[in-house]
Write a protein that binds this ligand. Structure first.
Ligand code: MN
Length: 287
């Protein structure tokens, strides 16, 4: 099942081919409402398994809108955490070490030595919103990544149970200012976490470790890889992240980018594809 958020926070069921959307916003009325204090749990992600049948039933009687007529927002809006994996593909470590514009004179090691990092949740946008470059004279790179979205709360989750805690997948863009500063600053600019084009429930992706992925800039292929090359695969990332953080439904894990990262400029259009999820088109807006 594919679910999107579109236009002015409508909830959509996306057709299997990704060509059409049905407005199923009425299902939101079934979610629990907590006025205060705000919960760290995304109520839609927490309830997804229970809502699955009702959503599919709504889809059968809904009228379908061509997908290009709606503005796709991020399906996740304010997770308690936006967790991200640094240097999680061998070939990306190699390219980072070969490019001073990425490494700034430091030797780039691997995820075992860096641990994970957090991006500001406020940087999340959807593909229709696009990336807005900050007014800095600095290189800003694209990083396409498989995104795992937590569906079930957990802490210290063992690897064997890790995938039970993933509720959905999406495509992510971890936009990055290159420079010597801390990752949490360079990767948290407004609009620097694009998530979309929809979420795909985990039952449709039993093995997140063999998905082709690709990113093009203005039609030219820049990144092309398979998640089979991840150093820490999705189960290991869930295990590793949950050894530190309690994971809540709606929490996002950006799994790391493969090789081929490079700078973007205002006016560019990125197309990000991941097998079994779909394609999202993301405009880059200049400063
Ligand atoms: Mn990244």
């Amino acid at each position: 099942m594919k679910l999107c958020r579109f236009d002015n926070s409508r909830l959509g069921l996306v057709s299997a081919d990704g060509d059409a959307v049905a407005d199923i916003t009425t299902i939101i009325a079934d979610l629990p409402v907590v006025a205060w204090p705000r919960s760290p749990v995304d109520p839609l992600l927490a309830q997804l398994p229970q809502l699955h049948a009702a959503i599919e039933a709504l889809g059968r009687s809904a009228s379908w809108i061509p997908i290009e007529r709606v503005a796709l927002r991020s399906p996740i809006t304010s997770p308690s955490k936006l967790i991200a994996a640094p240097v999680n593909y061998r070939a990306h470590i190699d390219e980072a070490n070969a490019d001073k514009g990425i490494n700034f004179g430091k030797t780039i090691k691997s995820i075992e030595e860096y641990g994970l990092f957090l991006k500001a949740s406020s940087s999340i946008v959807g593909p229709a919103d696009g990336v807005h470059l900050p007014p800095l004279d600095r290189r800003v790179d694209h990083e396409v990544e498989l995104v795992a979205i937590i569906g079930k709360e957990g802490y210290r989750i063992p690897r064997e149970r890790a995938l039970e805690h993933v509720g959905a997948y999406a495509i992510g863009l971890d936009m990055t200012v290159r420079g010597p500063e801390d990752r949490s600053w360079r990767k948290s600019f407004e609009t620097f976490a694009v998530i979309g084009p929809w979420l795909v429930t985990a039952d449709e992706i039993p093995d997140p470790g063999k998905l082709d992925m690709r990113l093009t800039v203005n039609g030219e292929v820049r990144q092309s890889a398979n998640t089979g090359a991840l150093i820490f695969d999705v189960p290991r990332l869930v295990e590793y992240a949950s050894a530190t953080y309690r994971l809540y439904p709606g929490d996002v894990i950006m799994t790391g980018t493969p090789e081929g990262v490079g700078p973007v400029a205002g006016g560019d259009v990125l197309e990000c594809y991941i097998e079994r999820i779909g394609t999202m088109r993301v405009p880059i807006h200049g400063a």
